[in-house]
Write a protein of this length. Sequence first.
Length: 400
Amino acid sequence: MGYAALLRAPHVARLLLGTLLGRLPAGMTALVIALALREAGAPYSRIGLATAAYAIAAAVGGPVLGRLVDLTGQPRVLLASAALAGTGYALLALAPGSALAAPLGAAVAGLCMPPLEPCLRSLWPDVVEPEQLDTAYAFDSASQQVLYVAGPLAVAGIAGALSPTAALWTAAVLGLLGALVVAGSAPARAWQAPPRAASAGLLGPLRSPGLVLLLLGLAGAGWAVGAQNVLFIAYAEQHPGGLPGGAGTLLALAALAGLLGALAYGTARWRAGTATRTWVLALGMAACYLPLLLLPGPWPMAALAFVSGLGLAPLLAAAFVLVAELAPTGTVTEAFAWLVTLFATGNAAGYAVSGALVDTSLHAVALCAAGGITLGGLLLLATRTRLRPADAPAPAPALV
């Protein structure tokens, strides 16, 4: 089934639009916090504190909200969290220069960020036909690549035309609007998680060893992306004027490649099991990162940036399906939230470690980026027999 048929299916366009709107603040927040606080005269130490508060709170809040969705349904959690997140953005906008209000507002905005990604991925099996599921997850993954570019561009445009404070208010409105669109849809109102498996216990989806291994492998992908950002920024600084747009162009090329890669993945007719696809695509992403070690001139580097982006979105598209297969009954939304958290944690760690290495050499940073996803892919390969539900058949040998 193609993308045209997917978008014509009932509710699909509405859910995608609402989720994209509501997720846009996630791509805006780190930059808009920095701009708003700097405009208010805040020192860089406070900007770092507020940004870290947002990131840590989002990592903690995602699984908590995901569990609440599994227990109580989607609409009330989406709407309540969007309203609370909007309060956090409002606090930031009203007092960006405050040493207390700014980090507190950032923490509230992160902690209560509406769990639109996990909710959408929980809805796909109920919204599309089984043969459309891979296509739906691929389109979902491709849309993330758009957000990576659209979020910072939206901040730059709004801050330039109006002010960074206006961008904060915009983020609050977009989050609430996206939550309203999704929460008011028939699938979201009707969705109910099946009763939680007795084996889930307090740990919920983390009681599944296969899921934990998958999440650790995907943290390696997040690490690679974080280190790649540092690499592109540092490379552009060392080659001023070598490439129009500098680091922004390199990042945009990687995001464009991810979008195209996900769309291509969604059109393929796969015969291999989801677990096999996942570890193969993880190693494929590692292979796409290895050429970055060459660090050639600006224009060849632009080509390598494009190549490096090809593997991420297809890997995530396959992983989305595998998460749903591995999560214990009644914990699927929380499981998707843990995926977001582990990927973001790996991203932050890769950013931090590569930032510490950047003064040593760019080759060290490139190795850091390639190493993250290589280790993640090797972990998934080594534990591939644990990446299937107990009752799943053995994977087919053919890949496509």
